[in-house]
Design a protein around this ligand. Sequence first.
Ligand code: MG
Length: 158
Amino acid sequence: MRIGWGMDVHRLGGEPPLLLGGVVVDDTRGVEATSDGDVAAHAVTDAVLGAASLGDLGEHFPSDDPRWHGADSLELLREAVRMAADAGVRPRFADVTVIAQQVRVAPHRGAIAAGLAGALGLAASEVSVKATTTDGLGWIGRGEGIGVVAVVTATVAS
Ligand code: MG
């Protein structure tokens, strides 16, 4: 049994739309990013890599490498799942929390879970998506950015 934890933050203000788990959750906002800026996919990818002790997203898909410019972040997640599988580690469940002040996540929770689950090789029921605000406090409260934290449990082939 393994547990991986991941976190990602992006600055709001880039080109719309805002993607979470491959789902357009806001077509009036975007994030600054070299990839498609899917902050949920990035946090979950780091959690998968963490469960497999394989380093981090930035190490495998560096943002200064033109190959990843505009990258489909769910494809990066699929690649991380393949790398974990090669190390004998298989994700079993993910719990994902989006931290944002104005972005409305609730109407998209099921679709985000399904998007992440597809890339993880899991059923949508094996991915939990939650959202919270910071009660208006700090940079998230001022709408300057969006954060996602994720936990992934995984099993190791014996
Ligand atoms: Mg990121």
